[in-house]
Design a binder for this molecule. Structure first.
Ligand SMILES: Nc1nc2c(ncn2[C@@H]2O[C@H](COP(=O)(O)OP(=O)(O)OP(=O)(O)O)[C@@H](O)[C@H]2O)c(=O)[nH]1
Ligand SMILES: [Zn+2]
Length: 331
């Protein structure tokens, strides 16, 4: 039988019916569970969007399936690896969250950490000549990366704004970061080769981009994801949430093979409350000196026989980093 072409109105109507059905199921997850078939093999997948009770899960073949979540298993977030099971209607139910290697959180209204994304491996900290960079903010991001156990890197964007000499001077201001183990990239969205080098460095990683307003996060996300619109469409279709998908954390595929997790919430991620010990660990170049000062509770400020201040005097620690450490300690 020849296939009948559906009119745009009919397609729209089918979409609306499907969307209503999803909403109904979302409000009654136990009903979705009742539909689970014991004969269907559970699969592993990755959450690529979470919007309320609605999840988009990518299966092993890269297909994205709309899923609901079994109650009492916790709250999956974007990037979570999960066990899920297909239901008769071609959708799915998440039945378990697998162990996370890292979690990016933000305090909720009551100050409790609320996970935003899981299983990240790279925190990409963006700076630019404009707006004037804040080393204090950069160091907060680096401490946050250390505290969640992921590698951070520093990316200086908009290098096209600077002539060769001021460009070098700008780069020198941040020269201590690669020395202490933070890979540093100097790029401009007007110089595609520089973006290609960054893209290659993100291959196989799961990254998020952070930085102050105006450094070029949105522009860089677009440059790193040439097919972003197509991916947004694919995720919207799978979740049935339309363009709302862009406000939820979404996990995009980088052409180089890794992933980029992005959302307004993820971009505005900041360092939360942190203990003194975590802060000391967060400044990785301080670690060899911690515990070597005369006083156990040394603030590395004006105390005598301070191993950290001696390291600054010897040029082993950048004075600006110690100043930011103290500023964070007193915040
Ligand atoms: N000259 C130059 N301008 C750039 C570059 N990258 C971004 N911009 C410009 O910088 C401005 C801010 O870029 P956005 O991508 O909106 O910055 P953002 O970090 O997403 O800003 P928020 O959404 O406020 O957080 C825009 O006018 C961009 O066109 C670059 O490499 N060179
Ligand atoms: Zn000290």
């Amino acid at each position: 039988m020849p296939k009948r072409r559906l009119s745009a109105r009919q397609i729209e109507r089918i979409r609306t019916i499907q969307e209503r059905r999803r909403e109904r199921l979302a409000s009654r997850p136990e009903r979705a569970l009742a539909e689970l078939d014991a004969e269907v093999e559970p699969e592993e997948g990755r959450v690529v969007v979470r919007h309320g009770a609605n999840l988009a899960v990518e299966d092993k073949e890269g297909h994205v399936v709309h899923c609901l979540c079994r109650q009492n298993i916790g709250h999956p977030v974007c990037g979570d690896r999960v066990v899920w099971q297909r239901t008769a209607d071609g959708q799915g139910v998440v039945t378990a969250i697998l162990a996370r290697t890292s979690v990016l959180s933000r305090p909720d209204y009551s100050g409790r950490p609320k996970p935003l994304a899981a299983n990240l491996t790279r925190l990409v900290v963006l700076i630019a000549p404009e707006p004037e960079p804040s080393g204090y903010l950069v160091d907060q991001y680096l401490v946050a990366a250390e505290s969640i156990g992921i590698q951070a890197m520093l990316v200086g964007n908009k290098m096209d704004l600077l002539d060769p000499e001021p460009r070098l001077a700008f780069q020198r201001r941040f020269a201590h970061y690669p020395t202490i183990g933070y890979p540093t990239f100097w790029i401009s969205l007007r110089e595609p080769d520089s973006v290609a080098v960054l893209s290659a460095a993100l291959a196989g990683e799961t990254s998020v981009l952070v930085g102050q307003s105006g450094v070029g996060k949105s522009s860089l996300v677009k440059a790193l994801l040439p097919d972003r619109e197509i991916q947004v469409g694919r995720l919207s279709e799978a979740t049935g949430l339309g363009r709302h998908t862009t406000s939820a954390a979404s996990c995009y595929r980088l052409p180089s093979g890794g992933s980029l997790i992005d959302s307004p919430g993820v971009r505005s991620f900041r360092l939360g409350d942190i203990s003194r010990d975590e802060l000391e660990l967060g400044f990785r170049e301080l670690r060899p000196y911690v515990g070597k000062c005369r006083f156990k509770d040394c603030r590395h400020d004006h105390e005598p026989d301070c191993a950290v201040r001696q390291a600054v005097a010897d040029g082993a620690i950048a004075a600006e980093r110690l100043a930011n450490f103290q500023h964070l300690l007193g915040r």
